[in-house]
Write a protein that binds this ligand. Sequence first.
Ligand code: ADP
Length: 446
Amino acid sequence: MFDKVLIANRGEIALRVQRACKELGISTVAVHSTADADAMHVRLADESVCIGPPAASESYLNIPRLLAACEITGADAVHPGYGFLSENARFAEILEEHQITFIGPTSEHIRIMGDKITAKETAKSLGIPVVPGSAGEVTSETQALKIAKEMGFPVLVKATAGGGGRGMKVAHSALDLGLALATARSEAKAAFGNDAVYIEKYLQKPRHIEIQVFGDGKGNAIYLGERDCSLQRRHQKILEEAPSPALNAAARKKIGETVSTAMQTLKYRGAGTVEFLFEDGEFYFIEMNTRLQVEHPVTEAITGIDLVLEQIRIASGAPLTYTQDQVTFSGHAIECRINAENARTFRPSPGQITYWHPPGGLGVRVDSGVYQGYRIPPYYDSLIGKLIVHGKTRNECMMRLRRALSEFVIDGIETTIPLFQELVSQPDIVNGMYDIHWLEKYLQKP
Ligand code: ADP
C-alpha cells in the first residue's frame, strides 16, 4: 500500500479522496493555487503545497508543478479526482516515468477512450451497441449531408475530443447542417485544440444511463449497476439517481454483463464509467469516462462499496475486493449537484458564504469542500457540494430528499437549491418519467 498520496485536485473531490486515504492510513498531500490557500482540502490534509496562481493552467493543470510537489513531499502516488488532469494520458505516462503511481487506468486506455471516435470503434469491436452514425471523422459538408440523409434528420455533430457538453451541435435539416458543422468545429478547436468532428443520429427522447465498472488490469472486471443521469441542462448533469427508474433487474444484468465482459477483454484497470443513451428499450454507447465520476456516491449508497478506496487498492496492485456475486443493490439513492449559481439563469455566484447549515439525519450525505465564512473564488467550476440521499425505496428517498432540501441553508451566495426544491414536487420527477430533454423544456416554461 502507498505511504503518501498527492491529490491533484480541489474542492469536494479532494476532500473525498482524503477521506479514503485517511481510512487506509495513508498520509495526504494537498496542492492548491494561491486562490485556494484557505480551502478545506488544504486545511485537512497532512501536508500542502502551493503550486501557482489562480488560473488552472498555471496550477491544477500544470504538470511540471505537480511533479515538483510530488518530489518535494515524496508522494508515491497521485489521485487526480475528476476534471483537471484526470483524463490526461500524458500526465499518467509522466508520473509512471517518475515511478509515481497514477491512481487510474493505463495511459493507453485513457488515450483510446479520450478520443470519442476511437472509443466508439473500440466499444463496437468489444460487442457494445453504439449510436448509429458516421464511420469515423467527417471532413466535408458533402460527406456530412450524405450520411445525414441516409440516417435521417435530426443529427448531432460531435467533437471527437469533446467533454462537458462542448463541441456538440444539432442539425434538424439539411439547411442547419453547414452551420452545425462549422460551429461544432470552431467550439472544439477553441476548447480542445482539435477540430475533428463526427456525426450521430440525434435521439429524441433518450435517458442517459451509465454503467459503473471496476477492473484489476489483469482481465477481471465487475459492474456496480447503473446511474440514471437524464436530468440535464446543456448536456450537463444536474441530478443523478440509482437504480434507474427505467430498468428492471434483467435489463440491468444484461447491459452490466455486456460491459464487464468488454472490460475483461480490454484488461481495464481501475474505475470506469461506460455511458449510454437508452431509448425504446435499447442501449446506445456514447462514451467512456476513465476516472471517478462526480455522481459516484449514488452507487456507493446502493452498493455499500467505497469506490475511492477500491481505486486506491487496485492501483496498489491488490485484486478486486468483490466478485460480481458479492455485489448487491439495496434501496434507492439520488444526488443533487449544489452549484453556486442563480437557480434560474445559472449565472455563477461566487463570494462569501455567510451562513452554512447542511442537512443531516438518516440516509443523508453531504459532500462539500466549503464552510461558513469561506469565500468561493471565481476561477473554477461552480459545484460547491453534493447532497446524496438514500432510502429503502424510491418513494422513501424522494420524501427524504424533500426534507433534506428544506433544511439546507446557504447564505451570502446564490445556489441551485431552490431549483431542486421545485423539481422534487414535479409529478414527472416524482414518477421518474423524464428524459434528457425534460429539464430544458421545463426551464423554458414561464
Ligand atoms: P460530453 O463528453 O461532452 O459530456 P457525451 O457524449 O457524454 O458528451 O454526451 C453528453 C450528453 O449529450 C448526453 O448525456 C446526452 O444528453 C447528449 N447527447 C450525446 N449524444 C447524443 C445523441 N446522439 N442524441 C441525443 N443526445 C445526445
